[in-house]
Design a protein around this ligand. Structure first.
Ligand code: IPM
Ligand code: MG
Length: 364
């Protein structure tokens, strides 16, 4: 198989962890006889420094020509502060919108042996394996009006949580389809007690569930969901929710599962079922961690697993994706980066973690 991947390393720890993701992709190429052309582009602060904007038209063109987008994380105090002309994260948000990658799949699972990394008691998280399906192109992130203004000396700001029926339908469908392929449990998360979007969301989830009699649907209020994830994370399988809740709850889920450094993500234009184009934008869910940038200690697993999602969803290379997942599972039994370090393990940096995963892939 031949493919073209647009790679945007970004800022902070971005370039370090993306390098490990690329290392793993190269190992997959070699072992399974694939060929991935990598087209690098600037995004975020690095792009502001070089071109005066977080994302240039050229960069967007590079992405358009590729089958998939693979990126690090962007931002840092140099560029992002109240009053800055433009925040670095507008790069990623624009790419989400341009390519309409409305379904953001964010898995949070506990690898055997890593139960002790959670801030919860190990027995609470043992076997935790959830996927947050986050609506990625609408809701409070993009709804208009969205602005700040001053009226009679008083400053105001507004964001708008706006959802249309087709937007809710397509993300719910991804939730149901995914649940059907997994343990057949779907939690639909909203705030129907206070928001109109939540009321519509719940009504549509109930309507759609008629088409998925094999999937057990439960409705969970977003605040209660954060509590349930702390109390009993193993009760969930697939959780589907709006953009803002998904941002917050996916961070919680990956932290409960062990570390933000394990939080991968696949942003998809649908699941590739039906008529939809399986466009994908793959990046870790965590940030650019400027405090540890350049030290070579960041956990590259979220990015490496995001590369695995790319193989699975964009290239339909499930065997190769599973090979990466299995390699990670074996490596974390003995070696850990600082964020997931536990007694009895060998502490390694980003590059060594990447090397160990590559070795396991080679062994097969
Ligand atoms: C994420 C990030 C982004 C978001 C930021 C960087 C804009 O937190 O991907 O979860 O809020 O979506
Ligand atoms: Mg986030």
């Amino acid at each position: 198989m031949k493919g073209t991947i647009a790679v945007g390393p970004g800022d902070g720890i971005g370039p370090e962890i993306v390098a490990e993701g690329v290392k793993v992709l190269k190992a997959i190429e070699k072992k399974y006889g694939h060929e991935f052309k990598l087209d690098y582009f600037d995004m975020g602060g690095v792009s502001i420094d070089k071109h005066g904007t977080p994302l240039t038209d050229d960069a967007i063109e590079t992405c358009r020509r590729a089958d998939a987008l693979f990126s690090g994380s962007v931002g840092g105090p140099k560029w992002d502060y109240p009053g800055a002309k433009v925040y670095t994260n507008t790069a990623g948000l624009r790419l989400r919108k341009i390519f309409d990658v409305y379904a953001n799949l964010r898995p949070a699972k506990v690898y055997p042996g890593m139960e002790g990394c959670s801030s919860l008691k190990p027995e609470k998280v043992k076997g935790m394996d959830v996927i947050v399906v986050r609506e990625n192109c609408g809701g409070a992130y993009f709804g208009e009006p969205k602005k700040q203004w001053t009226d009679k000396g008083v400053r105001w700001a507004v964001d708008t949580m706006l959802y249309s029926e087709p937007e809710i339908a397509r993300i719910l469908r991804v939730g149901f389809e995914l649940a059907r392929k997994r343990r057949k449990k779907l939690a639909s998360v909203e705030k129907q007690n206070v928001t109109e979007t939540g009321k519509l969301w719940r009504r549509m989830a109930i309507e759609m569930s008629e088409k998925y009699p094999d999937v057990e649907l439960e409705h969970v209020l977003a605040d209660a969901c954060t509590a349930w994830l702390l109390r009993e994370p193993t009760r969930f399988d697939v959780l589907v929710m709006g953009n803002l809740y998904g941002d917050i709850i996916s961070d919680e889920a990956s932290t409960v599962a062990g570390s933000l450094g394990m939080g991968s993500s696949a942003q998809l234009h649908g699941l590739g079922t039906d008529e939809e184009k399986p466009w994908g934008y793959y990046e870790s869910a965590h940030g650019s961690a400027p405090d540890i940038a350049g030290k070579g200690i960041a956990n590259p697993i979220a990015t490496i697993m995001s590369a695995a999602h790319m193989l699975e969803y964009t290239y339909k290379l499930k065997k190769e994706a599973d090979a990466i997942d299995k390699a990670v599972a074996r490596v974390v039994l003995k070696a850990r980066t600082a964020d997931i370090m536990e007694k009895g393990m060998r502490q390694v940096g980003s590059a060594e973690m990447g090397d160990l995963i590559v070795k396991e892939i080679e062994k097969g």
